[in-house]
Write a protein that binds this ligand. Structure first.
Ligand code: CO8
Length: 263
C-alpha cells in the first residue's frame, strides 16, 4: 500500500472493500488525539459512501498494528485533558463499532493496550502469526480505557480478560486464536490478501442483511456495554491521578523498571 507520510490515518483504498492505515510507524502507530480524531473523521466520511461493504484497518510498518495509546502524549496530561482523551478514545471505538458495515482489523504486529482495544471495536480480528496481543496497562499504573475491560470480556470471557488485564502479559496470535480473541490466523505475508479475500466474500453478500446482522449482534450486549464503559472511564481517571501511574509512565519513557508503591 502506498501511503503518504503526513497523514496519520490514510484511506489507502476506497470501494466495496475500503482500507484504512494507521500511519505513525515511528511510534508503532500509537493512538494520540490526532489519530483518534482522524479515525472518527475517516469513518464519518466513509459513512457517506453507500458503496462501502467492508472496512479493513491495519497499521503502517512491519512491527505494529497499534502499540497502544500514546504514552508520551498522555504522561503529563492534567485531569481535564486526560478525561477529554479517554472520552475521545471511547468515542473513536464506538464510531467503529457503530459503523453500518463490518470492520475487520488486520493485525500485522503488536496490538497492545489501546491497540488491542481498537481491534476489539472491530467486528473481526485477523492476525499475522507474528502478531503479539495484550493489555499491558498495569505496567504503567493504569487500566484499559478505550473499552478493553468490557469488550475483552464480551469477546473472550471473564477468565481471559482477568488474565490479560491483571498480568499485562503479551500473547502470540496462535494463543489469541485458541482463546477466541483472533478470528483467523494468517501467514505474515498473506495477511492483507487473506483479509481482502474474506472482505470480498462478505461484500458479495446482501448488504442490507449484513448491516442488519451487524446491528443486531451489537445490540446483544449494548445495554451492559454502555454502563460498563462509563464505569471504566471513572476507574481510569482515578488511576491516572495516582503516583504509581506517574511512576509507570516515567519509567517507560526513561527505559527503566517501575517501582510501584500502591499509592
Ligand atoms: N506510546 C508512545 N510511544 C510508543 C508506544 C506507545 N504506546 N509504544 C512504542 N512507542 C515508541 C517507543 O517509545 C519508541 O520510541 P523511540 O524510538 O523514540 O524510543 C518507538 O515507539 C519504538 O518502540 P520500542 O523501541 O519500545 O520498540 P521495541 O521493539 O523495543 O518494543 C514494544 C516494542 C514491546 C511494543 C514496546 O514499544 C512497548 O512496550 N510499548 C508500549 C506498549 C504499551 O504499554 N501499550 C499500552 C499503552 S497505554 C494504553 O494503551 C491505554 C489505553 C487507554 C488509554 C486511555 C487514555 C486516556
Amino acid at each position: 500500500m502506498a501511503i503518504m507520510e503526513e497523514e496519520v490515518v490514510k484511506i489507502a483504498a476506497q470501494g466495496a472493500v475500503t482500507e484504512l492505515v494507521i500511519n505513525r510507524p515511528q511510534t508503532l502507530n500509537a493512538l494520540n488525539a490526532d489519530v483518534l480524531n482522524s479515525i472518527i473523521l475517516a469513518f464519518e466520511k466513509l459513512a457517506e459512501d453507500p458503496s462501502i461493504r467492508v472496512v479493513l484497518i491495519t497499521g503502517a510498518g512491519e512491527k505494529a498494528f497499534v502499540a497502544g495509546a500514546d504514552i508520551a502524549g498522555m504522561a503529563d496530561l492534567g485531569p481535564r485533558a486526560i478525561a477529554d482523551y479517554v472520552e475521545l478514545g471511547q468515542r473513536c471505538m464506538r464510531t467503529i463499532e457503530n459503523f453500518d458495515s463490518p470492520v475487520i482489523a488486520a493485525v500485522n504486529g503488536y496490538a497492545l493496550g489501546g491497540g488491542l482495544e481498537l481491534a476489539l471495536a472491530c467486528d473481526l480480528i485477523f492476525a499475522s502469526r507474528k502478531a503479539k496481543l495484550g493489555q499491558p496497562e498495569v505496567n504503567l499504573g493504569i487500566i484499559p480505557g478505550f473499552g478493553g475491560t468490557q469488550r475483552l470480556v464480551q469477546r473472550c470471557g471473564i477468565g481471559t480478560a482477568r488474565r490479560l488485564c491483571f498480568s499485562g502479559e503479551l500473547i502470540d496470535a496462535e494463543e489469541g486464536k485458541s482463546i477466541g480473541l483472533v478470528d483467523k490466523l494468517c501467514e505474515p505475508e498473506m495477511l492483507l490478501e487473506d483479509v481482502r479475500k474474506y472482505a470480498a466474500l462478505i461484500a458479495s453478500k446482501a448488504p442490507l442483511a449484513v448491516r442488519k446482522a451487524k446491528s443486531l449482534l451489537r445490540q446483544a450486549h449494548a445495554v451492559q456495554l454502555l454502563g460498563g464503559l462509563r464505569l471504566e472511564i471513572e476507574a481510569f481517571l482515578e488511576l491516572f491521578a495516582s503516583a504509581d501511574r506517574e511512576e509507570g509512565m516515567r519509567a517507560f519513557l526513561q527505559k527503566r523498571e517501575p517501582k510501584f508503591k500502591a499509592v
